[in-house]
Design a protein around this ligand. Structure first.
Ligand code: AMP
Ligand code: ZN
Length: 460
């Protein structure tokens, strides 16, 4: 026990003091399932997985809830624009329900490929509409709600500490109109939708009856309602990506604390951005990489996970193919070392390294330091059995699939490299080069088979 975690709310590292030791209630904002998640999103989920596994390493029992946003997340950060689910449905010629189902499954497959532990509760916003309506009613009874022609809004001026998750300057910027709103009926720029009415004269694919008329919930209310439904009115920890600080989490706090009068979460943790070409990786900006793109280029999703572990979660991390190549090599070396220890019987004797590893994670999840301890241990003169014990401990937190013997292990590394190069050539549509590499692989006695999970080499 004894974890110190950086709390975005107090802007300091704080000792974790769960309300019902050893249980730690944890809410992590999940994906909006209108499209594939990109590797930027997965940086946040990898951070949360390291958090869950570090809690376990330190003797806690995390109880984690993750939501699936399948309604109400609009294309603009304000409350205008279309529902992302309806945009996905129009794009794909499917129903919003089918789009949600497809991308939820794709997300869960990706999480498996990254060896991320499943949440204890995975809940869909559309399965918990009554709780969201009840929460809005509670806020209404307390005088926080007003009605406009397009929905019900939360009056942020009624909550004296609205915006406390942000710096003063940031909040002042929002209040004075840095974010331009199109809705003149809002009383304040920071007010946000709790319930939106279905547009007059048209039927939405996803809409529900409510005391205020047919419509759908705002995005933020789902997290407040489901977090409280499954974990109670105050959480030990609430997590998400750093982009959630000024709007989504700020508004979750406003609604929840407005309704209960109690602190919503004791510790707020946020993962910094994954950058590509010096900008936040984002679906809206065009430049984004999916997990399947990594596989197409001959990388394992776990090479990307290793890459995430090389930076502290509160520092921005660049995504480049060259740096990913470096992480791939490093993970391969780690895996080769683990495989070389297969015949050893795990033995004690690695206490010093175990302690350093644990201490690094206890210090606000310092994964790069913990990873450095792993390399130090492997380079040390510890006996093989002790090294194996330590590596198993590290694997319980990093889950890099170090000990499984890969099915393709009878294929030598030079052939594996060629298979990767061929996939890269194909991705660049350089088919002449791809054919040339295929011949080279065949000359070495192997055949390339293209499958759903990428290309594989098999002995002729
Ligand atoms: P979304 O599907 O847009 O609701 O995002 C899912 C999660 O990914 C949220 O916790 C976001 O804060 C996080 N996220 C989005 N973009 C990035 C990025 N470039 N780097 C790290 N996390 C991100
Ligand atoms: Zn959320």
């Amino acid at each position: 026990m004894g974890l110190r975690l950086y709390n975005s709310l107090t802007r300091t590292k704080e000792e974790l003091r769960p309300m019902s030791q050893p249980w730690v209630s944890l809410y992590t904002c999940g994906p909006t399932v209108y499209n594939y998640q990109h590797v930027g999103n997965y940086r946040t989920y990898v951070f949360e997985d390291v958090l869950v596994r570090s809690l376990k390493l330190h003797g806690y029992s995390p109880n984690r809830v993750m939501n699936i946003t399948d309604v109400g997340h609009l294309t603009s950060q304000g409350d205008e624009g279309e529902d992302k689910m309806e945009v996905g449905a129009a794009r794909e010629g499917k129903t919003a329900w089918d789009v949600a189902k497809f991308y939820t499954e794709a997300f869960l497959d990706d999480c498996k490929a990254l060896h991320l532990l499943p949440a204890d509760v995975l809940c869909k916003a559309t399965d918990h509409i009554p709780e969201q309506i009840a929460l809005v009613q509670k806020l209404e009874a307390k005088g926080f709600v007003y009605k406009t022609s397009d929905g019900l809004y939360f009056d942020t001026a009624k909550l004296p500490d609205y915006g406390k998750l942000m710096s003063k300057e940031h909040l002042e910027g929002l209040k004075s109109g840095a974010r331009v709103e199109a809705n003149p009926e809002k009383r304040h720029l920071t007010d946000f939708a709790l319930w939106k009415f279905s547009p007059k004269g048209s039927t939405r694919q996803m809409e529900w009856d409510s005391p205020w008329g047919k419509g759908f919930p705002g995005w933020h209310i789902e997290c407040s309602a489901m977090a409280m439904r499954f974990l109670g009115e105050t959480l030990d920890i609430h997590c998400g990506g750093i982009d959630h600080v000024p709007v989504h989490h700020t508004n979750e706090i406003a609604q929840s604390e407005g309704a209960t009068g109690k602190p919503f979460a004791k510790i707020w943790m946020h993962a910094e951005f994954l950058l590509m070409n010096n900008a936040k990786m984002a679906k809206s900006s065009g430049g984004f990489v999916k997990l399947s793109d990594l596989k197409d280029k001959g990388f394992s999703p776990l090479d990307y996970k290793y890459h995430c572990l090389t930076a502290h979660y509160r520092k921005q991390l660049d995504f480049t193919w060259e740096s990913l190549e470096g992480s791939k090599t490093a993970r391969r070396r780690l895996k080769d070392t683990a495989q070389a220890l297969t015949g050893e019987t795990p033995k004690p004797g690695c206490a010093e390294f175990s302690k350093k590893f644990k201490d690094a994670l206890a210090d606000d999840l310092n994964a790069p330091s913990a990873l450095a301890v792993v390399w130090d241990a492997l380079k040390s003169d510890l006996p093989g059995g002790a090294k194996k014990t330590f590596l198993q401990e590290a694997e319980a937190v990093f889950a890099l699939d170090l000990f499984t013997v890969e099915t393709a292990s009878d294929v030598p590394p030079n052939v594996l490299d060629l298979v990767g190069q061929r996939s890269q050539a194909k991705a660049k549509k350089d088919f002449a080069e791809a054919d040339r590499i295929r011949k080279q692989i065949e000359d070495l006695g192997y055949l390339v088979k293209d499958g759903k999970d990428g290309a594989k080499a098999v002995k002729k």
